[in-house]
Design a protein around this ligand. Sequence first.
Ligand SMILES: N[C@@H](CCC(=O)N[C@@H](CS)C(=O)NCC(=O)O)C(=O)O
Length: 202
Amino acid sequence: MKIYDSKTAPNPRRVRIFLAEKGIQVPYVEVDIAKAQNRSEEFRQKNPLGTLPVLELDDGTHIAETVAICRYFEESHPEPRLMGVDARDKALVEMWQRRMELELFIPIAQVFRNGHPFFKGRIPQVPEWGEVNRKAAEARMAWLDEILGSQRFVAGDRFTIADITALCGIDFGKVSNIRIAPEQKNLTRWHEEVSSRPSAKA
Ligand SMILES: N[C@@H](CCC(=O)N[C@@H](CS)C(=O)NCC(=O)O)C(=O)O
């Protein structure tokens, strides 16, 4: 088993944090996005979309998509539970995970993809679309600040995959100058707490 990884990219970091929380060690193979190794014919045999991360099982199966990889390890190594404990909790964690991904992480990634010189010539860029997403991401961070005024973590009183997605998204925002506002005290408190977990360094 191995994981095709990129130390600088936010989706692979989500998987590394998830595995660190569970105490699972899997060999990582670094794929150089800057050199477009992920777009090579060889890599596309593993994931036709050319994106990271990708989990390779010992039987040769390739599993792409961050949450699908996390699901694999949640099932194979259930403790500690990061995707919910019973029907109600699993549904709530999924609700928050999807909100963090669709409403926060993806808009932040879109700011980078549409506005940063790194992607110039690699993908069609629409800078105005990047700025629309910046506004959306900032609005979602303000909303998250409110949510975290009444609960310790994104999905309630336990650390879950929803926190991992939000943390990796918000940290990745720095490269596009998206930052937690000083007045967002709840978001700041949460960010300090989740960033201080050893897994955040994974
Ligand atoms: N939906 C995918 C998104 C994966 C993705 O976009 N990965 C980025 C790194 S964070 C990537 O491989 N980018 C390289 C590229 O687009 O060339 C997931 O959840 O894993």
